[in-house]
Design a protein around this ligand. Structure first.
Ligand SMILES: *[C@@H]1O[C@H](CO)[C@@H](O)[C@H](O)[C@H]1NC(C)=O
Ligand SMILES: *[C@@H]1O[C@H](CO)[C@@H](O)[C@H](O)[C@H]1NC(C)=O
Ligand SMILES: *[C@@H]1O[C@H](CO)[C@@H](O)[C@H](O)[C@H]1NC(C)=O
Ligand SMILES: *[C@@H]1O[C@H](CO)[C@@H](O)[C@H](O)[C@H]1NC(C)=O
Ligand SMILES: *[C@@H]1O[C@H](CO)[C@@H](O)[C@H](O)[C@H]1NC(C)=O
Ligand SMILES: *[C@@H]1O[C@H](CO)[C@@H](O)[C@H](O)[C@H]1NC(C)=O
Ligand SMILES: *[C@@H]1O[C@H](CO)[C@@H](O)[C@H](O)[C@H]1NC(C)=O
Ligand SMILES: *[C@@H]1O[C@H](CO)[C@@H](O)[C@H](O)[C@H]1NC(C)=O
Ligand SMILES: *[C@@H]1O[C@H](CO)[C@@H](O)[C@H](O)[C@H]1NC(C)=O
Length: 889
């Protein structure tokens, strides 16, 4: 027998040798030929294998991706060609490399069925063709890969059932079929692959399978990944067998029933995830506790034949525990809270009860706890503030009670705390140490006392919700220092003046249900003098009543005065009565508006429809006013509806309408005012100088604002008057569109005739403007293109009327056709480093200003293209930041 076997081997060797004729007796050239023949069947668009050649002097063991055995004769042992965008055919000729053990072709573009003929590679142990375009089913003949230890077919398009024959792969240690299109049920026979360490069948949404109970036989299995596939039914009794398990992920399936008993300890367990299923019932004892022993009250475990006294010792490695989004009940496993390596505990959206023990301070690595929406009955543990790695603790919608410990927010990395909808009481302690706190929600508890002053010192606090408590006293002035996005103190018993920026500034403020708060826009105006208010507070009820009567008298007197003034103003101006509508709390009356609109406040020519004014409000804020006159006869109701439509727009690149004021023949639109004025004014300055990155950002902002009006806002709107003068810049040079969609307010006829009354057609209007019946998005796109040309050239669109110089569109069109013209168009004040990016933007500007409307891109395409240019610009910026930053702003 032995002799005949040797004979066969000899024959095989001989045949392979004779098939690839050799120059010499050495096996090295033969390996070269084998590799070249493999290369021939592969398409290598990136030329990664250009070094694979029989004309170079480089030994093939030193070719890209090749590793040889260390001992002589050196033979190819490992071929690693991952991430080279290879396609074509995976040729089985490789199998003639007698020592080939490891083949990695992951992250390529091979588009074929599973390369079954590689099973002829007698010494192949690792085959990785993850993340290619492999299709078709797994054939029964997969069992021919007898020598394989690692098989990675993940992230391809493999479909069909997993064949029973997979059970013959007795040497398999890693089987990864994740991220495919497998269907049907997973065969029990996987339990025969007794060497398996890693089994991954995750992310196969078309599977409809129960979890094979034989998986529980895989005593060596360390990692079991079955998440986000179609597993349903009960989890079989796995855990008793899987005693080497370190990572378990069964999340996002359709698993139901109770969790199986976990009698055996899982000493290596690092991650346990059964979240997002339909599991119910209690969490089983035993995962880290002795089965039954808890009933005896003994903290002793029986494990590996010996008794241990430390009952958490066996889960000493657990880091992540996730059971959220199920229907689990009963006591939350209490041993979890004090594990030395635990980082993540998630159990939200179940019905767990239980307590959070003070021993939580032993969980020295804890980072994140989410147990919202359960039935925990517990105090907030005193130990919470001792965990220095904790950055999130959310336990809303439970039955937490008692005081907040003074150190509850002492972790230096704490950023999210949510204790809302519980029964916590007492005062809110001062928060001094959690400098990274972003979100604090204590809503709907029974807190009393004042809002802690120290909240105003937390530099990144952004969301603050203290609503539905029993808080008293004033809102601390210091909260104005914060950049809040949400501020909710509704339904408390707060009193006093609301800090101004919390009413008028950015945060969505919720103040209602505090009858004693006062301030502009609230039901209670404050008396202007704070000190006198404090005195009022100290006086007896009788005196304060007297004073309020006196105040009423004063108010009546003032109102009368205003009335008289208004009457006289009306007579003077012969205008109808003014009606004021605010969308924001502003402290100004119609009358004050009228008085403020004197010539001193007028800015610019105001464009087509009348003048622009900048007005200082008594509060110290500035607003911009636009006065529209002599427009068509919109009914006042229709008018309000239209202005409200525009006022509801909320976009970072569109100016807010704060309110409006109208009489029979005029409308005043009240806009927010921006620090740096208009882009048009900026470009008009003789020393105009903005770095390219900023110009590009402005262009992107404007394009985003327009894309929002065109496509995202309902109703879809057209701007109809894009020009650099209608682009305002805030302190950070963020652009905002103003003067938008006025046609909706004044009506189409008035809008057109007003534009027509301009002395000449502006170069911002597209050529079809004169004859087109309807306004279109493409017209806005054209105007945007002109603005982009201004940014690229640094030239104003239209020079002042006296000089008969060309407008920017004509100027560019003349230059573009001459040799190297494009480069001459670009603003010479910007460094050559950015030429490529500026030319790419010029290309867009030219597309936008195409004379054929249909050829202009949509604004969302423009946004995308500009953003990709921005990406490249930012790379250059890093390498030449000195140039950019040296430009004065
Ligand atoms: C290199 O290989 C090509 C084809 O694979 C063959 O035609 C040529 O003769 C070889 N050259 C040498 C020097 O072996
Ligand atoms: C591969 O290259 C290294 C360094 O360039 C050299 O030391 C080594 O001898 C080469 N191996 C072979 C097999 O030629
Ligand atoms: C590789 O191919 C992918 C998909 O076709 C493509 O997106 C990527 O740009 C290619 N990589 C290179 C470096 O060409
Ligand atoms: C390479 O393969 C030959 C033939 O199968 C074998 O005798 C030799 O031991 C292998 N070398 C290594 C380092 O595995
Ligand atoms: C296969 O290759 C991919 C890409 O490099 C890698 O992420 C993966 O871990 C490899 N698979 C195995 C089982 O080593
Ligand atoms: C799996 O193992 C069982 C018993 O150990 C055996 O009867 C069966 O033939 C095996 N199946 C495969 C496909 O190896
Ligand atoms: C889960 O099971 C239910 C019924 O048993 C079925 O309607 C649903 O489609 C399943 N969901 C998934 C993601 O498989
Ligand atoms: C069982 O426990 C003993 C003593 O604690 C230890 O030496 C041995 O390695 C353990 N055996 C296994 C298989 O864990
Ligand atoms: C708020 O406090 C007052 C007075 O202490 C008390 O009467 C009232 O019940 C409390 N309200 C709530 C909702 O706890």
């Amino acid at each position: 027998m032995a002799i005949s076997c040797k004979f066969i081997v000899f024959l095989l060797c001989f045949s392979s040798v004779s098939f690839f004729p050799l120059n010499s007796a050495s096996s090295e050239p033969s390996e070269v030929d084998i590799l070249l023949s493999f290369k021939n069947s592969v398409e290598d668009v990136l030329n990664s294998l250009s070094g694979w050649s029989n004309t170079t002097s480089i030994h093939h063991c030193n070719w890209t991706g090749i590793t040889c055995t260390a001992t002589f004769p050196q033979n190819v042992y490992f071929i690693d060609l991952q991430s080279l965008n290879l396609s074509g055919e995976i040729s089985p000729s490789l199998c003639q490399l007698l020592n080939l053990t490891n083949l990695n072709l992951a992250d390529n573009l091979f588009n074929q069925a599973i390369p079954l003929r590689l099973s002829q590679c007698g010494s192949l142990e690792t085959l990785n063709i993850s993340n290619n375009l492999i299709w078709g089913t797994i054939p029964e003949q997969i069992s021919q890969f007898k020598s394989l230890k690692v098989l990675d077919f993940s992230r391809n398009h493999i479909e069909g059932k997993i064949p029973e024959s997979i059970g013959f792969l007795q040497n398999l240690q890693v089987l990864n079929l994740g991220g495919n299109l497998l269907s049907g049920s997973v065969p029990e026979v996987l339990g025969n692959c007794s060497e398996l360490l890693v089994l991954d069948i995750s992310q196969n949404p078309f599977l409809t399978s129960e979890i094979p109970s034989d998986i529980g036989k895989l005593v060596k299995l360390e990692q079991l990944f079955l998440q986000s596939s179609g597993f349903y039914g009960q989890i079989p009794n796995l855990f008793e067998g899987l005693r080497s398990l370190s990572n378990l992920d069964l999340s996002e399936n359709n698993l139901t029933g109770r969790l199986p008993p976990i009698g055996m300890f899982l000493p290596n367990l690092v991650s346990f995830d059964v979240s997002q299923n339909k599991l119910f019932g209690p969490f089983p004892n035993g995962i880290c506790e002795a089965k039954g022993l808890t009933n005896l009250g003994l903290h002793t475990n029986f494990f590996n034949g010996s008794i241990t006294n430390d009952f958490v010792k066996e889960c000493i490695n657990l880091e992540r525990f996730q059971v959220q989004n199920n229907m689990l009940t009963g006591n939350f496993p209490s041993w979890l809270w004090s594990l030395p390596k635990i980082k993540l505990i998630r159990g939200e959206n179940n019905n767990f009860s239980g307590e959070i023990p003070d021993s939580i301070s032993k969980a020295v690595q804890l980072e994140q706890v989410q147990i919202d929406n359960n039935s925990f009955v517990s105090r907030i543990p005193q130990g919470l503030g001792l965990i220095t790695s904790l950055y999130r603790f959310s336990a809303s919608q439970n039955n937490l009670y008692g005081d907040l410990p003074p150190n509850f927010c002492d972790s230096p990395v704490m950023s999210i705390i949510n204790f809302s909808h519980n029964y916590l009481s007492g005062r809110i302690p001062e928060l001094k140490n959690c400098r990274k706190l972003v979100s604090l929600s204590l809503a709907d508890n029974n807190f009393v006392g004042e809002i802690p002053q120290s909240l105003g010192d937390l530099p990144v606090l952004t969301y603050l919700d203290l609503s539905q408590n029993n808080l008293t006293g004033p809102i601390p002035e210091d909260l104005q220092n914060l950049k809040l996005a949400l501020f909710n103190v509704s339904f408390n018993r707060l009193s006093g003046r609301v800090p101004f920026s919390l009413i008028t500034g950015l945060p969505a403020s919720f103040l209602q249900g505090n009858p004693d708060l006062c301030g502009p826009g609230l039901a209670n105006p404050c008396s202007d003098d704070k000190k006198s208010r404090q005195r009022i507070g100290n006086l007896s009820r009788l005196t304060s009543a007297l004073i309020s009567i006196a105040l009423v008298v004063v108010v009546i007197f003032v109102a009368f005065g205003v009335y008289v003034l208004r009457q006289s103003y009306k007579q003077k101006s012969q205008e109808g009565s003014w009606k004021l509508v605010f969308f924001y709390p502003l402290r100004i009356t119609e009358h004050e508006l009228m008085l403020a609109m004197d010539e001193k406040a007028a800015r610019g020519h105001g464009g087509v429809f009348g003048k622009f004014y900048i007005i200082n409000l008594p509060s110290g804020e500035n607003v911009a006013l636009k006065k529209l006159e002599n427009f068509g006869s919109q009914s006042s109701k229709a008018l309000k509806t239209e202005v409200k439509t525009l006022a509801k727009i909320r976009h970072r690149n569109i100016v807010k309408i704060l309110g409006f004021c109208h009489s029979t023949d005029s409308i005043l639109l009240i806009y927010e005012n921006l620090a740096r004025g208009s882009l048009g004014d900026l470009i008009g300055k003789p020393d105009f100088q903005l770095p390219w990155s900023l110009r590009l950002r402005i262009a992107i902002g404007v394009a985003q604002g327009l894309a929002y009006l065109h496509q995202d806002y309902l109703p879809h709107l057209l701007h109809r008057n894009i020009k650099s003068k209608n682009i305002l810049l805030d302190a950070d040079f963020e652009p905002k569109l103003t003067d938008f969609a006025l046609d909706r307010i004044v009506g189409e006829t008035a809008f057109r005739s007003s534009l027509a009354s301009e002395s000449e057609i502006s170069c911002y209007f597209p050529p079809e403007y004169g004859y087109a019946k309807k306004a279109t998005e493409q017209m806005d796109t054209y105007s945007f293109g002109v603005v982009l040309l201004e940014l690229l050239t640094g030239r104003q669109a239209e020079q002042s009327a006296s000089t008969d110089s060309l407008n920017v569109v004509k100027w560019v069109r003349r230059k573009i056709n001459i040799k190297n013209g494009a480069a001459q168009i670009l603003d010479p004040k910007i460094s050559h480093n950015f030429q490529q990016e500026m030319l790419a933007a010029l290309e867009i500007a030219l597309q936008c200003t195409n004379v054929v409307p249909e050829k202009r891109p949509s604004m969302s395409e423009v946004v995308r293209t500009l953003q990709s240019i921005n990406l490249r610009t930012s790379l250059i910026k890093e390498s030449s930041s000195s140039e950019e930053s040296s430009v004065p702003l």
